[in-house]
Design a protein around this ligand. Structure first.
Ligand code: FAD
Ligand code: NAP
Length: 547
């Protein structure tokens, strides 16, 4: 316990996309690493979310690692938006190819991480009772890994089967001949509903808030398409890294309000074909100007009304409470068509809220629905949940929970004042979930390894953000968000999905490429805003140029 020599240079918590690349790049930079993962294997999101219909909403050729040209040439995606089993197989392949598993201890939860100021070490305790010490502690614990099972009265009385989409049983669920209720119509609900409907005897969709969803336009890749993609991969990645969201597309150069009706429709048609979440990026002002946003909303509504046969039903499926894109647009496969089935019932919880769960099903204020299975597609305590489930203590024993009591406070989404040598990957204050998270993870970890290399070359022991830098970054994130329509939605970006959680827009909204430039500028200026070995050092750019 009193050792001053760390067991390893760095601890990495989590073996998802971010944790895997963290281990790889830290080891490549000569550091010793110990990874911990509470699951029994690698994959993170793609290990846990095995519900029917689970797939990515960013094209797989973009939602994949870019750090190894050999890797991107040898892996072949079968379709535009790969399913969870294929993405998990990819991450397992990456782990094997780069021999990453040996650095992880699986089925092991990190319970606490406490900074020892005297030794300048992190002491990390796991649920097997062991302790490891490390100079650096990296939390790759995921933005969307802490599941939210709402405390609906009577929840535990239900005598049937109950599942959360984010903790899906590995053996799958047999819905045949059963009456199934899905609670929640976010991405997880909307992806799973069409497939559950195909199997179940009857499906009841419990919708509290309607969401915007757009067909994926998914298709299998043929050999020739894949050949072309691979031949041009470097350019595709270059464009993705210069974009606002980490996919190789740029919005129309003009405002949605500057172009005439036919041009607007042409542009929306084009982005509709791209499928799903990207639709919010067709025009540059779609998410900043309500009138511009409304042109997209009207286009969307027309499309959906063409799919659902019952006009009264479609009225309930059209959101009325938030501008399109201010919650992540869902990328679906046959969602709206599902409501044309006789064996699917939409239960509008705005009209008849859930009163309680009983041993036999769900009781709304109107009707009791007898069910054999309840699926909670109720989302996550996003961005801060996984961190707050760990007892993280910095200088003077101050906890991260106290530090963030009014909402997360980071510098660049990477570091926290009072928590030296701690790095968060794709945390609050970074573009994280607004971007392609694979490239966002690479962006962060490349920065972190560059930083650690720099510290070692300069003989610096500790780095942490200065308090002014944190204040300024939090203010900048808030100011940028306030100029957009995002704060008007009750989204998980705002913490609004978790009762009692502070309402703060958590991600950095300025865009993936803009953020990357800020990161580079900070590093080039000798880690401007950070405190190195207890002093805010002024370092000339030439000192860092060699790193
Ligand atoms: P995760 O994959 O969440 O991994 C974190 C890991 O840390 C988990 O395995 C968890 O078990 C582990 N962990 C947490 N706390 C502890 C602890 N205390 N001790 C030990 N281990 C711990 N993003 C996109 O950009 N595009 C998409 O198409 C996309 N699709 C998604 C689909 C679903 C169903 C979900 C839920 C999210 C999706 N996301 C998508 C977001 C997705 O979370 C990220 O893309 C990415 O997978 C996150 O990787 P990560 O390594 O940061 O975190
Ligand atoms: P989510 O977007 O937070 O949706 C949760 C749903 O559950 C909402 O419809 C919510 O309704 C409902 N809900 C929560 N508590 C409820 C309660 N007590 N009673 C009734 N309804 C309740 O969660 P998610 O669908 O898991 O998606 C989260 C994020 O994960 C997505 O935004 C996306 O970033 C990622 N994801 C991506 C994909 C993909 O396509 N690749 C798939 C799944 C997830 P309210 O809106 O009224 O709160």
């Amino acid at each position: 316990m009193s050792t001053k020599t760390p067991s390893v240079d760095a601890v990495v918590v989590g073996a998802g996309v971010a944790g895997l690349y963290a281990v790889h790049t830290l080891r490549e930079h000569g550091l010793t690493v110990q990874g911990y993962e509470s699951a029994a294997g690698v994959g993170g999101t793609w290990y846990h979310n095995r519900y029917p219909g689970s797939r990515c909403d960013i094209e797989s050729i973009d939602y994949s690692f870019s750090f190894s040209e050999e890797l991107q040439q040898e892996w072949t995606w079968s379709e535009r938006f790969a399913t969870q089993p294929e993405i998990l197989a990819y991450l397992e392949y990456v782990a094997d190819r780069f021999d990453l598993q040996r650095s992880f201890q699986f089925s092991t939860r990190v319970e606490s991480a406490v900074y020892d100021e005297v030794a300048a070490l992190w002491r990390v305790r796991t649920d097997d009772g062991a302790e490891t010490s490390a100079r650096f502690c990296l939390f790759a614990t995921g933005c969307l890994s802490a599941t939210n099972v709402p405390e609906i009265p009577g929840r535990d009385d239900f005598a049937g089967e109950a599942y959360h989409t984010g903790q899906w049983p590995h053996e799958g669920v047999d819905f045949r001949g059963k009456r199934v209720g899905v609670i929640g119509t976010g991405s997880s609900g909307i992806q799973s509903i069409p497939l559950i409907a195909e199997e179940a005897d009857h499906l009841f969709v419990f919708q509290r808030t309607a969401n915007y969803s757009i067909p994926a336009g998914n298709r299998l890749f043929d050999e020739e398409t894949m050949y072309r993609i691979k031949a041009d991969y470097a350019e595709r990645r270059r464009q993705a890294k210069q974009s606002g969201g980490g996919s190789p597309f740029t919005p129309h150069p003009k405002s949605a309000l500057e172009v005439d009706e036919s041009e607007r429709t042409r542009v929306y048609d084009e982005w509709w074909q791209r499928g799903g979440v990207l639709f919010s990026k067709a025009f540059p002002d779609q998410l900043t100007n309500l009138e511009a946003n409304d042109t997209a909303r009207v286009y969307w509504e027309r499309k959906i009304r063409e799919i659902v046969r019952d006009p009264a039903l479609v009225d309930k499926l059209v959101p009325t409470d938030h501008p399109i894109g201010t919650k992540r647009i869902v990328t679906d496969s046959g969602y709206y068509e599902t409501f044309n089935r006789d064996d699917v019932t939409l239960v509008d919880l705005r009209e008849t809220p859930i009163d309680r769960i009983t041993d036999r099903g769900v009781a709304t204020t109107g009707v009791h629905f007898d069910l054999d299975v309840i699926v909670y597609a109720t989302g996550f305590d996003a961005m801060t949940g996984a961190l707050h489930r760990i007892d993280i203590r910095g200088r003077q024993g101050r906890t991260l929970r106290e530090e963030w009591a009014a909402g997360p406070r980071t510098y660049l989404g990477l570091g926290v004042h009072g928590f030296p040598n701690l790095f968060i990957v794709t945390g609050p204050g970074s573009p994280g979930p607004l971007a392609n998270m694979v490239l966002a993870s690479e962006q962060h970890l490349d920065w972190i390894t560059r930083c650690i290399t720099y510290l070692d070359r300069q003989g610096v022991q500790t780095i942490e953000p200065g308090v002014d830098a944190v204040d300024a970054w939090v203010a900048e994130c808030n100011e940028r968000a306030a100029k957009t329509l995002f704060p008007s939605a009750n989204s998980w970006y705002m913490g609004a999905n978790i009762p009692g959680k502070p309402r703060v827009f958590m991600p950095f909204i300025g865009g993936f490429a803009v953020y990357g430039q800020i990161l580079d500028d900070v590093a080039d200026a000798g880690y401007k805003g950070f405190v190195l070995d207890g002093a805010e050092r002024s370092i000339t750019p030439t000192e860092t140029a060699a790193v």
